[in-house]
Design a protein around this ligand. Structure first.
Ligand SMILES: C[S@@+](CC[C@H](N)C(=O)[O-])C[C@H]1O[C@@H](n2cnc3c(N)ncnc32)[C@H](O)[C@@H]1O
Length: 237
């Protein structure tokens, strides 16, 4: 029989976990002005894919699901996946109509997806693990006509940078921020890269030259498939 003190301890643990997720969510919303700039950029990009209303999207490494409302707007089936169960628990409470998973078994029930977005997640993952994740995404989660999008922080040569921007870059916590060529090398092993773009992502979404607090981002858009199909068109679900 479960004792009352065990129940209280479990309850307190749950509260602490949700508090951690709440702080994460709040900090991200404040720092990025609710991801305004990234949402505008992602919105512009995904509209070019011409996906139908019946499409499904997987937000891989979704955190607390800050992009959930954006994808809901298109009427798509949205699924968020993150390895951190506390963030998923929080996201489930925030967006009860969306699907969220923190295990691959659960995720597999909703696969395949027409679009998979991996936003600001890869720079938290080592080369070895990223290869494993991308292999699994390409083999088990992306539909054969699906589109894969990786957006992540770029490592840029420090001598080209302003002093304030260099200090800002030091705050970045991900241990695997890479130069463009490294992201491309890894992604191209599993997807046919159709577009390679760069964006900036500014603190408070203030996209003006005077704002030194920004990250340079790489945007890679790819199709599932083998390298022999490399010259084909960009396909959407
Ligand atoms: C900087 S946050 C980005 C969250 C969200 N994509 C966004 O842009 O707001 C990185 C997220 O990636 C998640 N993550 C790290 N490694 C992961 C992995 N191997 N699989 C899934 N999620 C992962 C972390 O738990 C974290 O929530």
């Amino acid at each position: 029989m479960i004792s009352d003190s065990f129940r209280v301890t479990e309850y307190e643990r749950g509260e602490k976990i949700l508090l951690k997720a709440l702080v994460n969510d709040f900090a991200q919303r404040i720092l990025s002005l609710n991801k305004y700039e990234q949402k505008v950029n992602i919105d512009r990009l995904v509209k070019t894919f011409g996906l139908s209303k019946a499409s499904s999207v997987l937000d891989f490494g979704c955190g607390t699901g800050l992009f959930t409302p954006l994808f809901f707007r298109y009427g798509w089936q949205y699924t968020g996946y993150d390895v951190d169960p506390s963030l998923i628990e929080f996201a489930r409470r925030m967006y009860p109509l969306a699907k969220f998973a923190f295990t691959k078994d659960e995720l597999a029930r909703w696969a395949p997806f027409d679009l998979i977005l991996m936003n600001c997640c890869a720079h938290h993952i080592s080369d070895h693990d990223l290869n494993m994740e991308l292999r699994e995404i390409s083999e088990a989660f992306l539909s054969p006509t699906g589109i894969f999008v990786m957006i992540d922080i770029l490592q840029i040569p420090v001598d080209k940078d302003s002093f304030l921007h260099r200090q800002f870059m030091k705050l970045e916590q991900g241990r695997h921020v890479r130069p463009a060529s490294q992201y491309e090398d890894i992604v191209s092993q599993y997807f046919i890269i159709k577009q390679s773009l760069t964006w900036k992502s500014h603190v408070l979404s203030l996209s003006c030259k005077q704002n030194p607090f920004f990250n340079d981002m790489i945007v890679l858009v790819g199709n599932a498939g083998s390298l022999s199909k490399q010259n084909g068109p960009l396909q959407g679900g």
